[in-house]
Design a binder for this molecule. Sequence first.
Ligand SMILES: Cc1cc2nc3c(=O)[nH]c(=O)nc-3n(C[C@H](O)[C@H](O)[C@H](O)COP(=O)(O)OP(=O)(O)OC[C@H]3O[C@@H](n4cnc5c(N)ncnc54)[C@H](O)[C@@H]3O)c2cc1C
Length: 373
Amino acid sequence: MTDAIVIGLGADGSAAAAHLAGRGARVLGLEAFARGHTNGSSGGLTRVIRLAYYEHPDYVPLLKRAWQLWRDLEAATGEQLLKQTGGVYVGPRDGELVGGSLRSAREHGLEHELLDPAGLRARLPLFRFDADWWGLAEATAGYLLPDRCIAAHLALAERHEAELRFEERVLSWARDGGGVRVTTDRGTHRAAKLVIAAGAWNARLLPAIAPLLQVKRVPLFWFEPVAERDALATLPVYIVDSGLGHGCYGFPYLADQGLKIATHGAGTPADPDTVDREAHPDDELPIRAFIKDRLPVADGPVRMTKICMYTVTPDEHFIVDVDEPVAYASACSGHGFKFASVMGEVLADLALEGTTRHPIGFLSASRFAAARA
Ligand SMILES: Cc1cc2nc3c(=O)[nH]c(=O)nc-3n(C[C@H](O)[C@H](O)[C@H](O)COP(=O)(O)OP(=O)(O)OC[C@H]3O[C@@H](n4cnc5c(N)ncnc54)[C@H](O)[C@@H]3O)c2cc1C
């Protein structure tokens, strides 16, 4: 009999399949779309990874392990997955971005540099920041190549004899004796354990947490700069407080893509099955406004667009939990890709042992019940 079924072979599910199979479990992975698809939350060619996490210091131990596991995955597959560029996070000295990043860096003894306004201007001379803005810079940051990361985890899972089935959509699952029964559009499968990592579709499979999950449509844009391509190619990854209730972030210029700049924390409610996958002129407005205001050399034509989906919780932190024999990871709230390597390890722990040594208590589903009590 199969030891574990993994539903969804995107960022978290591919990693969980690799970790489970690597520990000798007999794994069946089920994915609704074709191998290499980008219909979920992992499309868009690049994802920021950073350690001085402004969102919450409790993520830092997970991030350290995630960074190591991405490097291990590169070594195991011979693929380059993570490009280290350094990172700079910019805004008011005591604002969420700089203040929060500094708190994480100090609490966890992370190497970092606090840049005063003059230091910030010298570090990122192509940008126009408010005169009193500061920066927090760290060397251990960069970007991941999500398509290749998922492909590498799938290859590793298969090397350990996982069976991966694509274009097989899970319709439902049920407890069955001590294990589970999973019904797909092609048949029924049984296993001792179940991992659910269905991204934006998690609400369909996890009714207990469905009310906590909101899917959002998020557009991505790549621009061709009007000048300074060489200097833009050496940028670190960056996040800038836009002053609009969400930040803008970006990557170095890549000749084959252009300059990717995006808003974080924005997006409109959507259904993953009917989401509008075309980018429209209105989608571009907030990013174009940011460019004109803060990075005028980038104010050239759009080269590419992509629509992606965030799944967010009320507090914008993930939900990672176990209700034996079912482990699940959900609602990576627009910042989850960088964690996928460690989430694979966590999900394998939760599925096989019912617990994990990783500090994920702050991500439990029960925190919302506790907050309501
Ligand atoms: C525009 C954008 C920018 C982002 N930027 C960053 C960033 O810079 N850094 C960062 O760390 N994170 C970032 N994120 C967040 C990150 O990409 C997501 O948290 C992560 O990709 C989510 O991974 P996942 O495994 O949950 O979902 P996915 O990778 O989407 O995987 C879910 C999989 O489940 C499959 N599935 C669903 N239902 C079923 C079913 N019934 N049967 C079988 N299979 C099913 C889907 O087809 C899909 O393949 C960004 C997200 C977006 C949208």
